[in-house]
Design a protein around this ligand. Structure first.
Ligand SMILES: Nc1ncnc2c1ncn2[C@@H]1O[C@H](COP(=O)(O)OP(=O)(O)OP(=O)(O)O)[C@@H](O)[C@H]1O
Ligand SMILES: [Mg+2]
Length: 246
C-alpha cells in the first residue's frame, strides 16, 4: 500500500514581486497526515501550496518532499483547487483518465481505475457526462477523484469545498475522509472554515503575515471523530484573531 510522503518547508521565503509573501516559514508535514492550513485572506496559504506542489520556487530556504528538494511539479504531488479546473470538453471519465495518464498509469488499466474512482466518489452513472451538466458538488467530486486517482503520495487541496453549501460540504468532507482512509496519502488542506479544519485535520496550522508566518500549530487528538472540540476551536479563533490584529 502506498503511504504518503513527508513534506517540509525549511525557512522558506516566497515572493511574486519584491516583497515576500512568506518569509522564514518552517513546517513539516508528516507522511500520511491531513494537515490543515488556515489563516486570513491574503496571508499566503495558496502560495505555500503552490510551493509544495512545485509550481513556485522559493527565493530563500528549501521545499523538500521525502527529503529531496522540490524543483518542479510531479505526478507524485497532486493538486485540487476550489475553482473548477476540469477540462470542459472532456467527460468525467476522460478527465479522470487524463489525471491517471499524467501519473504514469498504464493505458491498459486507466479505464478500470477511472471507473473505480467514479464509484469511490459516488459518481456512478455520470462517467459520460461533461462537467457543465453536473452540479457544483459533483464537479468537486470529479476534482477530488482527479486529485486522488493514481495514488499520488501527497495532495495539496486549496479550499476545494469553499463554494459549496453547508450540507454538500459536510458530505464532501466525509467522502474525502473515506477516500483517504482507503487510499492513504499525505494531504495539505487549505480552508477558511474553522469547523472544516476541525473535521479534517490531524493538525491545524494557522498562518500569519510574512514577518511571522507561523502563528500556531495545533494537534487534534483523536481526529475526525465528529466531536465538537470547543477548546480547540477557541484556540484556533484566538490564533486567527491574533493574526488579524498584528
Ligand atoms: N500571481 C500573483 N502575483 C502577484 N501577487 C500575488 C499572486 N498570487 C498571490 N499574490 C499575493 O500574495 C499574497 C498571498 O496570496 P495567497 O493567494 O497565497 O493568499 P491566501 O492566503 O491563499 O488568500 P485567500 O484566503 O484569499 O485565498 C497576496 O497579497 C496576493 O495578493
Ligand atoms: Mg488562497
Amino acid at each position: 500500500m502506498t503511504v504518503g510522503m513527508s513534506l517540509e518547508l525549511d525557512r522558506v521565503r516566497l515572493s511574486y514581486t519584491g516583497t515576500p509573501v512568506i518569509d522564514g516559514l518552517s513546517l513539516t508535514v508528516r507522511p500520511g497526515e491531513i494537515l490543515v492550513l488556515t489563516g486570513p485572506s491574503g496571508c499566503g496559504k495558496s502560495t505555500v501550496l503552490r510551493a509544495l506542489a512545485g509550481l513556485l520556487t522559493p527565493d530563500g530556504g528549501r521545499v523538500l518532499a521525502d527529503n529531496a528538494e522540490v524543483t518542479t511539479t510531479s505526478g507524485d504531488r497532486g493538486m485540487v483547487f476550489q475553482d473548477n479546473a476540469l477540462l470542459p470538453w472532456r467527460t468525467v471519465r476522460s478527465n479522470i483518465e487524463l489525471a491517471l495518464r499524467l501519473r504514469g498509469e498504464p493505458r491498459a488499466t486507466r479505464r478500470g481505475q477511472a471507473e473505480h474512482w467514479i464509484d469511490e466518489l459516488g459518481l456512478a452513472g455520470f462517467g459520460n457526462y461533461l462537467p457543465k451538466s453536473l452540479s457544483g458538488g459533483m464537479r468537486q467530486r470529479v476534482q477530488l477523484a482527479r486529485g486522488l486517482a493514481g495514488a499520488p503520495r501527497a495532495v495539496m487541496m486549496d479550499e476545494p469545498f469553499g463554494a459549496l453549501d453547508t450540507q454538500t460540504r459536510g458530505a464532501m468532507q466525509r467522502l474525502l475522509i473515506d477516500a483517504w482512509r482507503t487510499h492513504p496519502t499525505t494531504i495539505v488542506f487549505v480552508t477558511h472554515d474553522v469547523d472544516e479544519a476541525l473535521a479534517l485535520g490531524d493538525r491545524i496550522v494557522v498562518l500569519g503575515r510574512a514577518g511571522q508566518p507561523l502563528r500556531a500549530v495545533l494537534e487534534v487528538s483523536e481526529p475526525r471523530t465528529g466531536q465538537p472540540r470547543e477548546e480547540l476551536r477557541a484556540e484556533i479563533i484566538a490564533a486567527l484573531n491574533h493574526t488579524v490584529a498584528a
